[in-house]
Design a protein around this ligand. Structure first.
Ligand code: GLY
Length: 351
């Protein structure tokens, strides 16, 4: 009797401590965002609209392949964010916005929902893939959050690829900075060293208010039932004084917990998302029984009540996806095992 009771107790303990094991296999699922903001119908040309959709679709395809081949949720998050970081359309990696002094400073975070291990970096200037630096912090350091030169040194020691800062330069973001600084009456810095000559690079410049937005994020569930979330950004255009937004702040822009049944990546006005601890709060809501869409909606309403604008993507342990935003658009997409890839841009579009 005693042995039987002990076996039941052990099984219960394992099941409670390992929600992954208690999870029916529902197949993999993946959702992504490329930033929320003032993205209205008619504000993008048909070509720009098509370019964003093609990029989102291509990123989904990469993640689907990783998960379909039995890759982990973490692998999918990292692989998809690498693709988005290399895509000049998004405010992360190549295509990131500039600081007021004409530099690019990247922030990123990643979190494993099964262990609640997390890694984050802020203020990287040379590491090609900030998301990989965040993962290296999580897996190969005793720390969670590294910043600035120290983070860059760590990433280099980890063998991560480094590039010249000009690698990240895009004419569109540079023009955006110049316009912004002129509007604010602030000095315009010299064009960055190594940047292509003016006019040499086409400026794909949709008339959007992307100063505060952009950012890329991914949430994933793998076949083993493991959740993961990751986010990467150049932050806010014209940022000063070492400003860091919500993205690398675990619990603000990024969070994942299999125990609470959610993985979250946020995009929006970071100062508000930090104050509302958006990503962690979404998980509190799912942990208390809310479905992912209700949790996402309630949280965006909450951050909106203190003045924040932006959006979240949320993944549940059943592969369900929640998208919520209080802006007119959010570049986003999703795909689940055996299903079609879906992308959307405008708030009123089916997703
Ligand atoms: N949400 C991106 C930032 O505030 O930096």
């Amino acid at each position: 009797m005693k042995t039987w009771l002990a076996a039941v107790a052990t099984a219960l303990t394992v099941a409670l401590a390992s929600p992954v094991l208690a999870q029916d296999n529902v197949g993999w699922s993946l959702a992504i965002h490329g930033g929320a903001g003032v993205i209205e119908r008619g504000s993008l040309t048909p070509e720009q609209d098509a370019a964003y959709r093609a990029s989102l679709d291509g990123a989904l395809q990469v993640g689907a392949e990783v998960l379909d081949n039995g890759g982990s949720a973490l692998d999918a998050v990292e692989a998809v964010i690498q693709v988005l970081e290399d895509d000049p359309l998004f405010n992360a990696g190549r295509g990131a916005v500039f600081t007021a002094d004409g530099r690019i400073e990247h922030d990123a975070a990643i979190m494993d929902g099964t262990t609640r291990d997390a890694g984050a970096v802020a203020g990287l200037t040379r590491t090609r893939h900030p998301i990989s630096a965040a993962r290296a912090v999580m897996e190969n350091s005793p720390h969670v959050f590294l910043i600035g030169q120290g983070a860059e040194t760590f990433a280099r020691d980890q063998g991560l690829e480094e590039v010249e800062p000009a690698f990240f330069f895009t004419e569109r973001r540079w023009r955006g900075l110049v316009r912004q600084l002129e509007r604010e009456g602030l000095p315009v810095p010299a064009r960055p060293a190594g940047a292509p000559a003016e006019g040499a690079m086409a400026a794909v410049a949709p008339p959007l208010d992307e100063r505060k937005f952009g950012t890329v994020g991914v949430v994933a569930l793998d076949r083993e039932g493991r959740l993961a979330a990751g986010t990467s950004t150049g932050g806010m255009s014209g940022k000063r004084w070492g400003r860091v937004g919500d993205v690398p702040v675990i619990g603000a822009g990024t969070y994942a917990s299999n125990v609470e049944g959610c993985a979250v990546s946020a995009t929006g006005s970071g100062e508000y998302f930090i104050r509302a601890t958006v990503a962690r709060d979404v998980c509190h809501r799912t942990g208390a029984g809310a479905d992912v869409q209700s949790a996402a909606d309630a949280e965006i309403e909450d951050v909106g009540s203190i003045g924040g604008d932006g959006g979240v993507i949320v993944m549940g342990t059943d592969g369900s996806v929640g998208f919520a935003m209080n802006t007119s658009g959010m570049y986003r997409g999703r795909v689940a095992e055996g299903g079609n890839r879906l992308v959307a841009i405008y708030a009123d579009e089916d997703d």
